[in-house]
Design a binder for this molecule. Structure first.
Ligand SMILES: C=C(O[C@@H]1C=C(C(=O)O)C=C[C@H]1O)C(=O)O
Length: 343
């Protein structure tokens, strides 16, 4: 059933609020023998992009790419919305995601995280960055890092960042919708994926556990630059952890017969066991530490002095970050995703 030929995405469908519910009224689809409406689906009403609701409409037959379809709404006044059909990614394209390819992507993401660690380690702890009482920004209650992250996410949401299913905001509440033309990102994930966002745990872990390991104590006054480094690193870690959705989908497709009974039984422990590959985790930790050692070393043109024993940060912080938090949280995302997979 979940394999329509095309989908029609409408962002900002007109809605109204009643009794705390968001409503919309679709009065008709154009009577045509080409388009046959299968069902529509709210995509994550809590999603930051939905200042109003969004729809995915599935069309049964294969209309021409780019055909125009009109939907009629009764609210706020009778009117039509037109949209061109966006073809779903072709099957061949969807299969770009394999266990090997998602693992390759995770390996590339390690580079971004290690560079992020190096950039943040450039600054001392700069505790004022995290102090709600310090910032005192008119019209904003919160720390400087919150201010930078919230406002950057606001701008990036308008620029379309969160229309990519690989991206998850830290402050999804009240984010504006994208203002740019939409891109037909692959519909590889099950729609339940959109409701998974564990950035609250990522944020807590970052401030409470990672920063004390990474930053030397001290204050150099570069609070805005520190917050900017935090933002890049937080986004890289979040992206990596939420990539677990893609890993889980690939694993499910490779062995639905193994996953389905556990999902139906809501057996978290069983799922965790099934999706875990301890030898892969071991390799990941070792490789990350090696990358941290190599990327963090001083480089000089005099090859005798290369490395010089000096490092921009302690490389074991990178492997500890992965062992204690990144890998466990990625697996948590996988379990959460799988539990929604057969809804
Ligand atoms: C991501 C995967 O799932 C699990 C999590 C891993 C990780 O976060 O690096 C590694 C192996 C698995 O235990 C995977 O199988 O590649």
């Amino acid at each position: 059933m979940w394999d329509p030929h095309v989908c029609l995405r409408l962002w900002q469908v007109p809605t109204w609020k009643e009794d705390g519910n968001t409503n919309t009224q679709l009065s008709s689809f154009p009577p045509t023998n080409v388009f046959s409406f299968l069902h529509y689906q709210f995509i994550n009403p809590f999603h930051p992009l939905s200042s109003s609701l969004s729809f995915l409409c599935y069309i049964k037959y294969k209309p021409q790419k780019g055909s125009l379809i009109q939907l009629q709404f009764k609210f706020p006044q009778p009117h039509f919305i037109s949209s061109t059909l966006i073809p779903r990614m072709a099957k061949a394209e969807e299969n770009v995601y394999t266990l090997a390819s998602v693992r390759e992507d995770l390996i590339r993401q390690e580079d971004t995280i290690v560079y992020g660690l190096i950039e943040r380690a450039k600054f001392p702890s700069n505790s004022h960055t995290y102090d709600e009482k310090y910032a005192q920004i008119p019209g904003f209650y919160g720390s400087l890092v919150e201010f930078v992250v919230k406002n950057t996410e606001d701008v990036q949401a308008k620029a379309g960042r969160y229309t990519n299913p690989e991206e998850n905001p830290f402050f999804p509440e009240n984010l504006p919708p994208s203002s740019v033309p939409s891109y037909p990102f692959s519909q590889f994930l099950h729609p339940g994926a959109a409701s998974i966002n564990i950035n609250k745990s990522v944020w807590k872990m970052y401030l409470r556990d990672l920063l004390p390991l990474l930053a030397t104590s001290g204050d150099d006054g570069n609070y805005a630059q520190t917050a900017a480094a935090d933002l890049s690193l937080l986004q890289a870690i979040s992206r990596r952890i939420h990539y677990g959705k893609f890993v889980a989908e690939v694993k499910f497709r490779d062995a639905p017969q193994d996953y389905e009974p556990l999902i139906r039984a809501k057996d978290r422990e069983g799922l965790m066991k099934l999706l875990t590959f301890t030898s892969v985790e071991e390799t990941v930790r070792k490789r990350v530490e090696k990358k941290a050692t190599v990327f963090g070393q001083e480089v000089s043109l005099d090859s005798d002095n290369d490395g010089n024993g000096k490092s921009k940060f302690d490389p074991t912080v990178a492997s500890r970050l992965y062992k204690n938090w990144v890998i466990p949280l990625t697996k948590e995302v996988q379990v959460e995703y799988l539990l929604r997979r057969v809804d």
